[in-house]
Design a protein around this ligand. Sequence first.
Ligand SMILES: Cc1cc2nc3c(=O)[nH]c(=O)nc-3n(C[C@H](O)[C@H](O)[C@H](O)COP(=O)(O)OP(=O)(O)OC[C@H]3O[C@@H](n4cnc5c(N)ncnc54)[C@H](O)[C@@H]3O)c2cc1C
Length: 398
Amino acid sequence: MSKAVPVIIAGAGPVGMVAAADLVRRGIPVTVLEKMNDLSLESRASTFHPPTLDMLDDLGFAEALIAQGIKAPTVQYSTSEDGELGTFNFSAIADLTRHPYRVQSEQFKLTRIICDALKSNPLFTIRFGTPITSVTQDADGVNVGLESNGSAEQCRCDWLIGADGASSIVRHTQQIEFDGFTWPERFLVMTTTFDFESARPGVSSVSYVADPVRWHFLLRIAGAWRVMMPVASEKSDDEATSDAYIQESMGSVVPKGAKFDIKHITLYRVHQRVAKSFRHGRTFLAGDAAHINNPLGGMGMNGGIHDALNLSNRLGRVILGQADEAALDSYDRQRRTVTMEAIQGDTIRNKRNLEARNESDRQQFRDQIREAYSDPEKGRKLLRRIAMFDSLERAASL
Ligand SMILES: Cc1cc2nc3c(=O)[nH]c(=O)nc-3n(C[C@H](O)[C@H](O)[C@H](O)COP(=O)(O)OP(=O)(O)OC[C@H]3O[C@@H](n4cnc5c(N)ncnc54)[C@H](O)[C@@H]3O)c2cc1C
Protein backbone atom coordinates (compact mmCIF):
# COMPACT_ATOMS: atom_id res chain seq x y z
CA MET A 1 0.00 0.00 0.00
CA SER A 2 1.26 3.48 -0.90
CA LYS A 3 1.96 6.15 1.76
CA ALA A 4 -1.19 7.86 3.11
CA VAL A 5 -2.22 11.08 1.37
CA PRO A 6 -4.19 13.71 3.31
CA VAL A 7 -7.31 13.63 1.14
CA ILE A 8 -8.73 11.32 -1.52
CA ILE A 9 -11.78 12.47 -3.41
CA ALA A 10 -13.97 9.85 -5.05
CA GLY A 11 -15.34 11.23 -8.34
CA ALA A 12 -14.33 14.00 -10.75
CA GLY A 13 -17.81 15.51 -11.19
CA PRO A 14 -18.41 19.19 -10.45
CA VAL A 15 -18.59 18.58 -6.69
CA GLY A 16 -15.40 16.54 -6.39
CA MET A 17 -13.48 18.94 -8.62
CA VAL A 18 -14.59 22.03 -6.67
CA ALA A 19 -13.60 20.38 -3.38
CA ALA A 20 -10.22 19.45 -4.91
CA ALA A 21 -9.61 22.99 -6.15
CA ASP A 22 -10.36 24.55 -2.77
CA LEU A 23 -8.14 22.10 -0.84
CA VAL A 24 -5.26 22.58 -3.30
CA ARG A 25 -5.66 26.35 -2.99
CA ARG A 26 -5.19 25.90 0.76
CA GLY A 27 -1.93 24.03 0.14
CA ILE A 28 -3.28 20.52 0.77
CA PRO A 29 -2.32 17.60 -1.51
CA VAL A 30 -5.37 15.91 -3.03
CA THR A 31 -5.84 12.78 -5.12
CA VAL A 32 -9.01 12.46 -7.20
CA LEU A 33 -9.98 8.93 -8.26
CA GLU A 34 -12.39 8.78 -11.19
CA LYS A 35 -13.85 5.55 -12.53
CA MET A 36 -14.32 6.81 -16.09
CA ASN A 37 -11.44 7.24 -18.51
CA ASP A 38 -12.06 10.97 -18.86
CA LEU A 39 -14.20 13.78 -17.48
CA SER A 40 -17.87 13.28 -18.27
CA LEU A 41 -19.39 14.98 -21.32
CA GLU A 42 -22.97 14.09 -20.35
CA SER A 43 -25.67 16.71 -20.84
CA ARG A 44 -26.81 17.28 -17.26
CA ALA A 45 -27.01 20.34 -14.98
CA SER A 46 -26.38 23.73 -16.56
CA THR A 47 -27.54 26.29 -13.99
CA PHE A 48 -25.17 28.22 -11.74
CA HIS A 49 -26.88 30.46 -9.19
CA PRO A 50 -25.48 33.86 -8.07
CA PRO A 51 -23.86 32.73 -4.77
CA THR A 52 -22.33 29.70 -6.51
CA LEU A 53 -20.83 32.06 -9.09
CA ASP A 54 -19.40 34.20 -6.27
CA MET A 55 -17.82 31.06 -4.79
CA LEU A 56 -16.42 29.94 -8.15
CA ASP A 57 -15.12 33.46 -8.67
CA ASP A 58 -13.17 33.21 -5.40
CA LEU A 59 -11.57 30.06 -6.81
CA GLY A 60 -10.80 31.82 -10.12
CA PHE A 61 -13.18 29.82 -12.34
CA ALA A 62 -16.26 32.05 -12.80
CA GLU A 63 -14.91 34.19 -15.62
CA ALA A 64 -14.15 31.21 -17.89
CA LEU A 65 -17.46 29.55 -17.03
CA ILE A 66 -19.43 32.71 -17.81
CA ALA A 67 -17.50 33.16 -21.08
CA GLN A 68 -18.59 29.66 -22.18
CA GLY A 69 -22.24 30.07 -21.17
CA ILE A 70 -24.96 32.69 -21.19
CA LYS A 71 -26.14 35.08 -18.49
CA ALA A 72 -29.81 34.73 -17.54
CA PRO A 73 -30.80 37.90 -15.64
CA THR A 74 -34.48 36.96 -15.25
CA VAL A 75 -36.68 34.04 -14.28
CA GLN A 76 -40.24 33.83 -15.58
CA TYR A 77 -43.32 32.00 -14.32
CA SER A 78 -46.42 31.42 -16.49
CA THR A 79 -49.37 29.12 -16.74
CA SER A 80 -50.57 27.72 -20.05
CA GLU A 81 -54.01 29.28 -19.55
CA ASP A 82 -53.09 32.72 -18.09
CA GLY A 83 -49.76 33.36 -19.84
CA GLU A 84 -47.10 35.24 -17.92
CA LEU A 85 -47.63 35.64 -14.16
CA GLY A 86 -44.36 37.37 -13.31
CA THR A 87 -40.79 37.89 -14.49
CA PHE A 88 -38.19 38.47 -11.77
CA ASN A 89 -34.88 40.22 -12.34
CA PHE A 90 -31.88 39.29 -10.18
CA SER A 91 -30.85 42.97 -10.25
CA ALA A 92 -33.28 43.32 -7.30
CA ILE A 93 -30.74 41.42 -5.16
CA ALA A 94 -27.59 42.95 -6.67
CA ASP A 95 -26.58 44.12 -3.20
CA LEU A 96 -26.07 40.45 -2.20
CA THR A 97 -23.85 39.26 -5.04
CA ARG A 98 -21.19 40.16 -7.58
CA HIS A 99 -23.22 38.09 -10.08
CA PRO A 100 -26.87 39.26 -10.17
CA TYR A 101 -27.88 36.66 -12.76
CA ARG A 102 -27.91 32.90 -13.30
CA VAL A 103 -25.35 31.46 -15.68
CA GLN A 104 -26.44 28.68 -17.99
CA SER A 105 -23.32 26.69 -18.81
CA GLU A 106 -23.14 22.89 -18.85
CA GLN A 107 -21.48 21.22 -15.86
CA PHE A 108 -18.91 19.49 -18.09
CA LYS A 109 -17.48 22.93 -18.90
CA LEU A 110 -16.79 23.59 -15.23
CA THR A 111 -15.02 20.26 -14.62
CA ARG A 112 -12.75 20.90 -17.62
CA ILE A 113 -11.98 24.46 -16.54
CA ILE A 114 -10.97 23.21 -13.09
CA CYS A 115 -8.98 20.25 -14.36
CA ASP A 116 -7.05 22.45 -16.81
CA ALA A 117 -6.25 24.91 -14.03
CA LEU A 118 -5.06 22.22 -11.60
CA LYS A 119 -3.35 19.66 -13.80
CA SER A 120 0.16 21.12 -13.55
CA ASN A 121 -0.13 21.81 -9.80
CA PRO A 122 2.11 19.34 -7.90
CA LEU A 123 -0.47 19.16 -5.07
CA PHE A 124 -3.11 17.79 -7.45
CA THR A 125 -3.29 14.23 -8.76
CA ILE A 126 -6.14 12.89 -10.83
CA ARG A 127 -6.35 9.24 -11.85
CA PHE A 128 -8.86 8.23 -14.50
CA GLY A 129 -10.06 4.68 -15.08
CA THR A 130 -9.75 3.90 -11.37
CA PRO A 131 -13.10 2.83 -9.91
CA ILE A 132 -13.12 2.63 -6.12
CA THR A 133 -14.25 -0.85 -5.10
CA SER A 134 -13.95 -0.85 -1.30
CA VAL A 135 -13.62 1.56 1.63
CA THR A 136 -12.71 0.64 5.20
CA GLN A 137 -11.54 2.91 7.98
CA ASP A 138 -9.79 2.80 11.35
CA ALA A 139 -9.06 5.47 13.93
CA ASP A 140 -6.14 6.93 11.93
CA GLY A 141 -7.17 6.73 8.31
CA VAL A 142 -9.13 5.24 5.43
CA ASN A 143 -8.16 2.33 3.18
CA VAL A 144 -9.46 2.73 -0.35
CA GLY A 145 -9.49 -0.26 -2.69
CA LEU A 146 -9.54 0.46 -6.40
CA GLU A 147 -9.02 -1.09 -9.78
CA SER A 148 -6.45 0.20 -12.19
CA ASN A 149 -5.73 -1.41 -15.58
CA GLY A 150 -7.52 -4.56 -14.42
CA SER A 151 -5.43 -4.92 -11.24
CA ALA A 152 -6.56 -4.36 -7.67
CA GLU A 153 -4.73 -1.67 -5.68
CA GLN A 154 -4.97 -0.24 -2.17
CA CYS A 155 -4.47 3.44 -1.22
CA ARG A 156 -4.62 5.08 2.16
CA CYS A 157 -5.70 8.57 3.11
CA ASP A 158 -6.44 10.55 6.25
CA TRP A 159 -9.84 11.70 4.94
CA LEU A 160 -12.08 10.52 2.10
CA ILE A 161 -14.65 12.70 0.35
CA GLY A 162 -17.33 10.68 -1.45
CA ALA A 163 -18.34 12.88 -4.40
CA ASP A 164 -19.04 9.80 -6.46
CA GLY A 165 -22.61 10.55 -7.50
CA ALA A 166 -26.01 9.07 -6.82
CA SER A 167 -24.84 5.42 -6.69
CA SER A 168 -21.94 6.33 -4.39
CA ILE A 169 -19.76 3.40 -3.34
CA VAL A 170 -18.54 5.48 -0.42
CA ARG A 171 -22.13 5.75 0.85
CA HIS A 172 -22.76 2.03 0.28
CA THR A 173 -19.58 0.84 1.98
CA GLN A 174 -20.25 3.07 4.99
CA GLN A 175 -23.78 1.64 5.11
CA ILE A 176 -25.39 5.05 5.12
CA GLU A 177 -29.10 4.88 4.28
CA PHE A 178 -30.41 6.94 1.38
CA ASP A 179 -34.06 7.44 2.24
CA GLY A 180 -36.62 9.13 0.05
CA PHE A 181 -38.71 8.31 -2.98
CA THR A 182 -38.71 8.09 -6.77
CA TRP A 183 -41.24 10.05 -8.84
CA PRO A 184 -43.42 7.80 -11.02
CA GLU A 185 -42.90 9.93 -14.13
CA ARG A 186 -39.55 10.40 -15.87
CA PHE A 187 -38.20 13.71 -17.14
CA LEU A 188 -37.56 14.27 -20.82
CA VAL A 189 -35.06 16.97 -21.80
CA MET A 190 -34.99 17.95 -25.48
CA THR A 191 -32.26 20.26 -26.72
CA THR A 192 -33.20 22.29 -29.80
CA THR A 193 -32.01 25.35 -31.72
CA PHE A 194 -35.66 26.41 -32.20
CA ASP A 195 -35.91 30.20 -31.73
CA PHE A 196 -38.17 30.50 -28.67
CA GLU A 197 -37.31 34.20 -28.37
CA SER A 198 -39.07 34.96 -31.65
CA ALA A 199 -41.89 32.48 -31.04
CA ARG A 200 -42.60 33.74 -27.51
CA PRO A 201 -41.67 37.43 -27.39
CA GLY A 202 -40.49 38.41 -23.91
CA VAL A 203 -39.65 34.83 -22.87
CA SER A 204 -36.90 34.61 -20.24
CA SER A 205 -33.87 32.38 -20.58
CA VAL A 206 -35.32 30.49 -17.60
CA SER A 207 -39.04 30.02 -17.98
CA TYR A 208 -41.42 27.76 -16.03
CA VAL A 209 -44.88 27.03 -17.45
CA ALA A 210 -47.46 25.39 -15.18
CA ASP A 211 -50.00 23.08 -16.77
CA PRO A 212 -52.09 20.33 -15.17
CA VAL A 213 -51.41 17.94 -18.05
CA ARG A 214 -48.04 18.83 -19.49
CA TRP A 215 -46.10 21.44 -17.55
CA HIS A 216 -42.78 22.42 -19.09
CA PHE A 217 -39.63 24.33 -18.42
CA LEU A 218 -37.51 26.24 -20.97
CA LEU A 219 -33.86 26.91 -20.35
CA ARG A 220 -31.56 28.67 -22.76
CA ILE A 221 -27.94 27.52 -23.02
CA ALA A 222 -25.30 28.80 -25.46
CA GLY A 223 -26.68 28.25 -28.97
CA ALA A 224 -29.71 26.18 -27.95
CA TRP A 225 -32.72 25.77 -25.68
CA ARG A 226 -33.52 22.88 -23.41
CA VAL A 227 -37.18 21.93 -23.09
CA MET A 228 -38.02 19.76 -20.10
CA MET A 229 -41.32 18.00 -19.49
CA PRO A 230 -42.65 14.95 -17.65
CA VAL A 231 -43.28 11.58 -19.29
CA ALA A 232 -46.14 9.53 -17.83
CA SER A 233 -45.17 6.26 -16.15
CA GLU A 234 -47.22 4.18 -18.65
CA LYS A 235 -44.93 5.16 -21.55
CA SER A 236 -41.97 2.87 -22.12
CA ASP A 237 -38.50 4.40 -22.55
CA ASP A 238 -38.59 3.40 -26.22
CA GLU A 239 -41.93 5.12 -26.78
CA ALA A 240 -40.83 8.24 -24.90
CA THR A 241 -37.69 8.62 -27.00
CA SER A 242 -39.37 7.72 -30.31
CA ASP A 243 -39.44 10.32 -33.05
CA ALA A 244 -43.25 10.38 -32.95
CA TYR A 245 -43.33 11.18 -29.23
CA ILE A 246 -40.59 13.82 -29.49
CA GLN A 247 -42.46 15.51 -32.38
CA GLU A 248 -45.69 15.47 -30.36
CA SER A 249 -43.97 16.80 -27.23
CA MET A 250 -42.17 19.62 -29.01
CA GLY A 251 -45.34 20.28 -31.01
CA SER A 252 -47.07 21.14 -27.75
CA VAL A 253 -44.62 24.00 -27.00
CA VAL A 254 -43.91 25.50 -30.43
CA PRO A 255 -46.49 27.29 -32.61
CA LYS A 256 -48.61 24.99 -34.79
CA GLY A 257 -46.72 23.84 -37.88
CA ALA A 258 -43.39 25.40 -36.80
CA LYS A 259 -40.23 23.52 -37.81
CA PHE A 260 -37.68 22.59 -35.17
CA ASP A 261 -34.61 20.42 -34.91
CA ILE A 262 -33.60 18.17 -32.01
CA LYS A 263 -29.91 18.12 -31.15
CA HIS A 264 -30.08 15.87 -28.14
CA ILE A 265 -32.54 14.12 -25.84
CA THR A 266 -32.15 12.84 -22.29
CA LEU A 267 -34.78 10.76 -20.51
CA TYR A 268 -34.18 10.11 -16.86
CA ARG A 269 -35.76 8.93 -13.67
CA VAL A 270 -35.92 11.48 -10.87
CA HIS A 271 -35.58 10.82 -7.16
CA GLN A 272 -35.78 12.78 -3.91
CA ARG A 273 -33.34 11.15 -1.49
CA VAL A 274 -31.05 12.34 1.27
CA ALA A 275 -28.32 10.34 3.02
CA LYS A 276 -28.99 9.65 6.70
CA SER A 277 -25.64 11.23 7.54
CA PHE A 278 -23.15 13.27 5.50
CA ARG A 279 -20.25 12.05 7.66
CA HIS A 280 -19.13 8.68 8.94
CA GLY A 281 -15.87 8.98 10.86
CA ARG A 282 -13.18 9.89 8.34
CA THR A 283 -15.46 9.67 5.31
CA PHE A 284 -17.80 12.39 4.04
CA LEU A 285 -20.51 12.55 1.41
CA ALA A 286 -21.09 15.58 -0.83
CA GLY A 287 -23.22 16.39 -3.87
CA ASP A 288 -25.33 13.65 -5.46
CA ALA A 289 -23.69 11.05 -3.21
CA ALA A 290 -25.43 12.83 -0.31
CA HIS A 291 -28.66 14.05 -1.93
CA ILE A 292 -30.59 13.84 -5.18
CA ASN A 293 -33.63 15.82 -6.24
CA ASN A 294 -35.63 16.87 -9.27
CA PRO A 295 -34.00 19.56 -11.44
CA LEU A 296 -36.75 22.20 -11.04
CA GLY A 297 -34.89 25.11 -9.51
CA GLY A 298 -31.41 23.90 -10.47
CA MET A 299 -30.49 23.12 -6.88
CA GLY A 300 -28.78 19.72 -7.04
CA MET A 301 -25.39 20.65 -8.45
CA ASN A 302 -25.44 24.08 -6.80
CA GLY A 303 -26.24 22.51 -3.43
CA GLY A 304 -23.46 19.99 -4.07
CA ILE A 305 -20.95 22.78 -4.73
CA HIS A 306 -22.11 24.46 -1.51
CA ASP A 307 -21.48 21.13 0.30
CA ALA A 308 -18.03 20.84 -1.28
CA LEU A 309 -16.90 24.28 -0.12
CA ASN A 310 -18.42 24.00 3.34
CA LEU A 311 -16.50 20.74 3.78
CA SER A 312 -13.20 21.78 2.18
CA ASN A 313 -13.11 24.88 4.37
CA ARG A 314 -13.48 22.79 7.55
CA LEU A 315 -11.25 19.93 6.43
CA GLY A 316 -8.59 22.35 5.23
CA ARG A 317 -8.44 24.10 8.60
CA VAL A 318 -8.30 20.78 10.49
CA ILE A 319 -5.50 19.40 8.28
CA LEU A 320 -3.50 22.62 8.62
CA GLY A 321 -3.92 22.54 12.41
CA GLN A 322 -6.00 25.73 12.43
CA ALA A 323 -9.12 24.05 13.84
CA ASP A 324 -10.01 21.14 16.04
CA GLU A 325 -11.62 18.02 14.53
CA ALA A 326 -14.85 19.10 16.23
CA ALA A 327 -15.15 21.68 13.41
CA LEU A 328 -16.06 18.78 11.11
CA ASP A 329 -19.21 17.93 13.06
CA SER A 330 -21.16 20.93 11.85
CA TYR A 331 -20.73 19.89 8.19
CA ASP A 332 -23.46 17.28 8.59
CA ARG A 333 -25.61 19.54 10.78
CA GLN A 334 -25.47 22.51 8.41
CA ARG A 335 -25.57 20.88 5.01
CA ARG A 336 -27.94 18.03 5.81
CA THR A 337 -30.45 20.34 7.45
CA VAL A 338 -30.59 22.76 4.54
CA THR A 339 -30.70 19.89 2.07
CA MET A 340 -33.84 18.63 3.79
CA GLU A 341 -35.45 22.01 4.35
CA ALA A 342 -34.46 24.04 1.32
CA ILE A 343 -33.23 21.82 -1.49
CA GLN A 344 -35.70 18.97 -1.05
CA GLY A 345 -38.45 21.34 0.12
CA ASP A 346 -38.09 23.80 -2.77
CA THR A 347 -37.64 21.29 -5.59
CA ILE A 348 -40.68 19.28 -4.47
CA ARG A 349 -42.75 22.48 -4.13
CA ASN A 350 -41.59 23.68 -7.58
CA LYS A 351 -42.77 20.45 -9.16
CA ARG A 352 -46.10 20.49 -7.30
CA ASN A 353 -46.72 24.10 -8.41
CA LEU A 354 -46.10 23.33 -12.06
CA GLU A 355 -48.17 20.15 -12.19
CA ALA A 356 -51.03 21.22 -9.86
CA ARG A 357 -54.42 19.94 -11.06
CA ASN A 358 -56.61 21.04 -8.21
CA GLU A 359 -58.03 24.54 -8.78
CA SER A 360 -57.23 25.83 -5.29
CA ASP A 361 -53.57 24.77 -5.60
CA ARG A 362 -53.34 26.40 -9.00
CA GLN A 363 -54.89 29.58 -7.68
CA GLN A 364 -52.46 29.60 -4.77
CA PHE A 365 -49.53 29.41 -7.19
CA ARG A 366 -50.92 32.24 -9.34
CA ASP A 367 -51.53 34.40 -6.25
CA GLN A 368 -48.08 33.76 -4.85
CA ILE A 369 -46.29 34.70 -8.08
CA ARG A 370 -48.50 37.70 -8.82
CA GLU A 371 -48.08 39.04 -5.27
CA ALA A 372 -44.32 38.62 -5.43
CA TYR A 373 -44.29 40.36 -8.80
CA SER A 374 -46.30 43.35 -7.63
CA ASP A 375 -44.63 43.76 -4.22
CA PRO A 376 -40.86 44.50 -4.41
CA GLU A 377 -40.22 43.12 -0.90
CA LYS A 378 -41.96 39.84 -1.73
CA GLY A 379 -40.19 39.73 -5.09
CA ARG A 380 -36.85 40.13 -3.35
CA LYS A 381 -37.75 37.38 -0.92
CA LEU A 382 -38.58 35.04 -3.80
CA LEU A 383 -35.30 35.84 -5.56
CA ARG A 384 -33.25 35.27 -2.38
CA ARG A 385 -34.85 31.85 -1.99
CA ILE A 386 -34.57 30.67 -5.60
CA ALA A 387 -30.97 31.92 -5.86
CA MET A 388 -30.19 29.84 -2.73
CA PHE A 389 -29.03 32.75 -0.54
CA ASP A 390 -31.55 31.73 2.09
CA SER A 391 -30.25 28.16 2.32
CA LEU A 392 -26.67 29.37 2.73
CA GLU A 393 -27.71 31.84 5.41
CA ARG A 394 -29.71 29.17 7.20
CA ALA A 395 -26.75 26.75 7.08
CA ALA A 396 -24.44 29.37 8.55
CA SER A 397 -26.87 29.94 11.41
CA LEU A 398 -26.88 26.27 12.51
C1 LIG B 1 -29.24 12.16 -16.64
C2 LIG B 1 -29.14 13.31 -15.67
C3 LIG B 1 -29.56 14.56 -16.06
C4 LIG B 1 -29.48 15.61 -15.16
N1 LIG B 1 -29.94 16.82 -15.56
C5 LIG B 1 -29.94 17.83 -14.69
C6 LIG B 1 -30.49 19.08 -15.06
O1 LIG B 1 -30.98 19.26 -16.19
N2 LIG B 1 -30.46 20.09 -14.15
C7 LIG B 1 -29.94 19.90 -12.89
O2 LIG B 1 -29.94 20.83 -12.06
N3 LIG B 1 -29.41 18.73 -12.51
C8 LIG B 1 -29.41 17.69 -13.38
N4 LIG B 1 -28.90 16.51 -12.99
C9 LIG B 1 -28.25 16.40 -11.67
C10 LIG B 1 -26.81 16.94 -11.71
O3 LIG B 1 -26.18 16.51 -12.89
C11 LIG B 1 -26.05 16.51 -10.45
O4 LIG B 1 -26.66 17.16 -9.34
C12 LIG B 1 -24.56 16.80 -10.49
O5 LIG B 1 -23.92 16.11 -11.52
C13 LIG B 1 -23.92 16.42 -9.14
O6 LIG B 1 -22.52 16.44 -9.23
P1 LIG B 1 -21.63 15.40 -8.44
O7 LIG B 1 -20.21 15.83 -8.69
O8 LIG B 1 -22.11 15.27 -7.03
O9 LIG B 1 -21.92 13.98 -9.09
P2 LIG B 1 -21.64 13.46 -10.57
O10 LIG B 1 -21.68 14.58 -11.53
O11 LIG B 1 -22.54 12.30 -10.77
O12 LIG B 1 -20.12 12.96 -10.51
C14 LIG B 1 -19.76 11.79 -9.84
C15 LIG B 1 -18.47 11.26 -10.43
O13 LIG B 1 -18.05 10.15 -9.67
C16 LIG B 1 -17.61 9.13 -10.55
N5 LIG B 1 -17.74 7.84 -9.86
C17 LIG B 1 -18.88 7.16 -9.61
N6 LIG B 1 -18.59 6.00 -8.96
C18 LIG B 1 -17.26 5.98 -8.78
C19 LIG B 1 -16.35 5.04 -8.18
N7 LIG B 1 -16.79 3.89 -7.66
N8 LIG B 1 -15.03 5.32 -8.17
C20 LIG B 1 -14.57 6.50 -8.74
N9 LIG B 1 -15.38 7.40 -9.34
C21 LIG B 1 -16.70 7.15 -9.35
C22 LIG B 1 -18.52 9.28 -11.76
O14 LIG B 1 -17.96 8.67 -12.91
C23 LIG B 1 -18.64 10.79 -11.88
O15 LIG B 1 -17.62 11.34 -12.68
C24 LIG B 1 -28.97 15.43 -13.86
C25 LIG B 1 -28.53 14.17 -13.47
C26 LIG B 1 -28.63 13.11 -14.36
C27 LIG B 1 -28.18 11.74 -13.91
